[in-house]
Design a protein around this ligand. Sequence first.
Ligand SMILES: Cc1cc2nc3c(=O)[nH]c(=O)nc-3n(C[C@H](O)[C@H](O)[C@H](O)COP(=O)(O)OP(=O)(O)OC[C@H]3O[C@@H](n4cnc5c(N)ncnc54)[C@H](O)[C@@H]3O)c2cc1C
Length: 418
Amino acid sequence: MWPGWVGGCLNAGMSGREVGGAADVCVVGLGPTGRGLAHRAMTAGLTVVAVDPRPERLWAPTYSCWVDELPEWVPEKAIASRIERPAVWTSRELRIDRAYCVLSKRGLFESLPLDDATVVRGRARTVEPHRVELADGTEVRAAVVFDTRGQSSPGTRRSASAHGIFLDEETAAPMVTPGEGLMLDWRPENGAGPEEPPSFLYAVPLGDGTVIFEETSLGLRGGMPQHELRKRTLNRLAAHGIQLRGDEPTEAAHYPLDETPPKAGRGQVVPYGSRGGLMHPITGYCVADSLSQVDKAIDAVQRGEDPIEAVWSREARLVHWMRMRGVYGLGRLTTEQSVAMFEAFFTRPPRQQRALLSAHDDYSALSAALFMTVATTWPFNWRYDLVGWRNRNRWVGWDYGRPGTNDPLPHHEDTPAT
Ligand SMILES: Cc1cc2nc3c(=O)[nH]c(=O)nc-3n(C[C@H](O)[C@H](O)[C@H](O)COP(=O)(O)OP(=O)(O)OC[C@H]3O[C@@H](n4cnc5c(N)ncnc54)[C@H](O)[C@@H]3O)c2cc1C
């Protein structure tokens, strides 16, 4: 056993030493995408060193995706809750004939074992193409270094912001029952006026007896503050007769949507996951696509080719570019315009919906989806906002005021593991 090997991990604190020999792959950051990458590299027979300050910790956010986005090697136990026909509320209720799921944090974590990898507990200080140095001076050398350290805070970039409140199923029942879910609820129940930045409700059962109610804003520069999102969530719940105690667990999201894919080229650090441009610019999802692209990157490593080029084909880059146009449009719409736009989008044929929401490189269906969504958004002149001919900076610098004293934000807790 290595000195410092504790519970399957090497503890940093071994200053000046080198671990892993010359590994095939070093993965820096064990969020869901880094862990998926390290696991698949290990399964493919590569020697893997993985680094994270807390490698055994379950991830804090509640992750979801469309069931068909998950690669076939992800087992059923990674899914905590399924919704066969999620609902979207625009001016009316629409049903999506596509199964959606909430991932089980523990189930997914355990589906990505790292038994044959060298897992090092520590924080990377220097990340270079073939060398990683930890804060305590420990060094890892590898033929390929993947950087999966996630994203930095968004500042004024186009962002996803959400405030989620976990309620037990009984309390949630007037709005969401087991097996049902609200993907996007645009009903005018959040208390925001028509001249305020838009947000919608996302509410799904987690499979552990609780339901998350999450008011969400997408595409606003700098995002929307937690106190505003919480106020809006409470308004929606109250509109359905749901009162809270005030001490319910919560989760917060605030991260950038506009990370660009890395430039191709061998011999460089390979950014992957949310750090590597795999964050979907419109939905804010990244986990399922990162898991489903991982084998392309590993195959490229095994063949001595560029993993960035393998993941980022011309078609995939075009898809990302078009989605970026989508998030620019989204971030300047009013609530009314958002409702009209989502109604136009969710009545497109399934392949076009999938091309926007999920497919990594279906550029022809995506261009049709975007064109037709704009072309069928009504009234006609709202299309000028969508394409950016006017109101480009509509919500930039919006003043949300200060948190109200009678509705303090609850102490933020790590969310329960599902
Ligand atoms: C509340 C919330 C809900 C979300 N819901 C969804 C969802 O439903 N579906 C979805 O796909 N996405 C969702 N997201 C987005 C989600 O954050 C990302 O998709 C996902 O976390 C990206 O995973 P990642 O592995 O790329 O990065 P991260 O999850 O950020 O992981 C980065 C890892 O790197 C480690 N690290 C950081 N710095 C260092 C260092 N110096 N050295 C070593 N390790 C380091 C960190 O400890 C961490 O383990 C949600 C986000 C939030 C906040």
